[in-house]
Design a protein. Structure first.
Length: 160
């Protein structure tokens, strides 16, 4: 599986070794170069936490550079393979918190300012696991007098 990278990007990938993947990989490229292995359940599908209708795709991970990375996308009921975009989704958010004491964050979503963008392709939903790709543009949020890097945006690409 090939992914194109911008100058600053984050990639999460589940192994292609078996359906459902045996592990997930997270790769940071750009200001930071890092690759880590995450549990195989990097992408899960479940009911919304508020008990509402539909289903939620969730991706979570941590690395040496990111204290946390959380992606939440509201899908239909039942969740189905297809192509979704930030313009067609009712709810989505991505939040990354940089490790250390910089307090730098990355964010995007239909409740964020600026919103950013997202393109999600779901190729398979099997039980509580999903497979596909996600590409998004996140804004970098820096506290006053803090240098979070040379760019105001981070490009994020997931293969799961």
């Amino acid at each position: 599986m090939a992914l194109a990278f911008a100058a600053s990007s984050i990639v999460v990938a589940c192994s292609d070794a078996a359906p459902g993947g045996t592990s997930c990989r997270i790769q940071l490229a750009g200001d930071t170069s890092e690759t880590d292995t995450l549990p195989a359940n990097c992408a899960t599908v479940s009911a919304p936490p508020d008990g509402g209708a539909g289903s939620v795709l969730t991706l979570n991970g941590t690395t040496g550079h990111l204290a946390s990375l959380s992606v939440t996308v509201s899908l239909g009921d039942p969740p189905s393979p297809g192509v979704y975009s930030s313009a067609s989704l009712a709810g989505w958010s991505i939040v990354g918190v940089v490790a250390g004491d910089s307090n730098c964050t990355y964010s995007a979503g239909n409740g964020s300012v600026p919103e950013g963008s997202l393109l999600l392709t779901v190729t398979q939903v099997e039980g509580g696991t999903a497979h596909g790709t996600l590409k998004a543009t996140l804004s970098v949020h820096a506290p006053l007098f803090t240098d979070c890097g040379p760019s105001d945006f981070e490009e994020v690409a997931f293969a799961f």
